[in-house]
Write a protein that binds this ligand. Structure first.
Ligand code: CP
Length: 323
């Protein structure tokens, strides 16, 4: 499938900023393309020259293990020159603004800028300032589109479909860009999405996204095909959201006893990094029969290769090679 030209564009434009802007046909097309990269990544020879001559910059203002390393591997496996910008050692430390930093990098004529930033809307803002394609690798509590795509690929490979599945997303929904992107993607693809969280960790008006809300795991997990746990984002909590992490684990932490409330054989996901013993018990996280966590990481590289492949098609179609 690699290198074939699909009938419909895989992305709505020159950037990947959110799941909100994607249609079901974009999502299906990207997942189909990613399948071919799963196969490629399992071979000894993983390299292609699709992005030969292209320059990709990873600009991460927040820490990352999975997203940054998988975008780097994805770019390198497709033949791009990849630069990881060390924000901590850059002129950001001297007070240079996001826009000035981006414009400086833009002057070096990259083709793709992958950005993670603590502010919601940062990636969209940059996309209006620079001449290259921008990929949102997580902006505040807004969106993390490549995470939702890799989660969807993981689910689709296990169940053969997304439509009709019941997926319970549990924990710190309020601060989670992963939750938001997953809600948007999974509902677009026809899944029944449930949110399970204490009231303090649910955004106001979230039900308008077409999800069911539960405040108790006993009710929210009943009959679920997939239980997706989220990291408790203590670093984003300025007020009092929880009595204690111990109490949180007691009520909302996923252990085998609570998992037994879901459908028999229900599968467990977590975007990582995990707080073991806070939102998930190690015995569940490491249960290879039930946990898809390592598979999610593997799918992350394939999905990011598919995103870069899709963007390269847009780049090739635009005048002068950059949008
Ligand atoms: N899931 C995720 O975004 O992980 P990282 O913060 O390690 O990139």
């Amino acid at each position: 499938m690699t290198g074939t030209t699909p009938a419909l564009p895989l992305l709505p434009g020159a950037h990947l900023l959110s799941v909100e802007e994607l249609g079901a046909q974009h999502i299906s097309g990207l997942l189909d393309l990613a399948e071919s990269y799963v196969d490629l990544n399992r071979q000894v020879a993983k390299k292609r020259d699709l992005l030969r001559g292209r320059t990709m910059i990873n600009l991460f203002y927040e820490s990352s293990t999975r997203t940054q390393s998988s975008f780097e591997l994805a770019g390198k496996r497709l033949g791009a020159d990849v630069m990881n910008m060390s924000v901590g050692q850059s002129s950001v430390k001297k007070g240079e603004t996001l826009i000035d930093t981006a414009m400086t990098l833009n002057a070096m004529r990259p083709d793709i800028l992958v950005i993670r930033h603590a502010d919601s809307g940062a990636a969209a803002l940059l996309s209006r300032k620079v001449a290259c394609s921008v990929i949102n690798a997580g902006d505040g509590s807004h969106e993390h589109p490549s995470q939702a795509l890799l989660d969807a690929l993981t689910i689709r490979r296990r169940f053969g479909r997304i439509e009709g599945l019941t997926i319970a997303i549990c924990g710190d929904i309020l601060h989670s860009r992963v939750a938001r992107s997953n809600i948007l993607l999974l509902t677009k693809m026809g899944a029944h999405v449930r949110l399970v969280a204490p009231r303090t960790l649910l955004p106001r008006d979230i039900a308008r996204l077409g999800v069911e809300i539960f405040n108790r795991m006993e009710e929210g997990l009943a009959g679920a095909d997939v239980v997706m746990m989220l990291r408790l984002q203590l670093e984003r909590m300025t007020g009092s959201f929880l009595p204690s992490t111990r109490e949180f684990f007691h009520l909302y932490g996923l252990d085998h006893k609570k998992l037994a409330l879901a459908k028999p054989g229900a599968l467990v996901m977590h975007p990582g990094p995990m707080n073991r013993g806070v939102e998930i018990d190690s015995a569940v996280a490491d249960d290879t029969e039930r946990s898809l966590i390592q598979e999610q990481v593997e799918m992350g590289v394939a999905v990011r290769m598919a995103i870069l492949d899709a963007l390269s098609r847009q780049l090739s179609n635009s005048k002068g090679g950059t949008p």
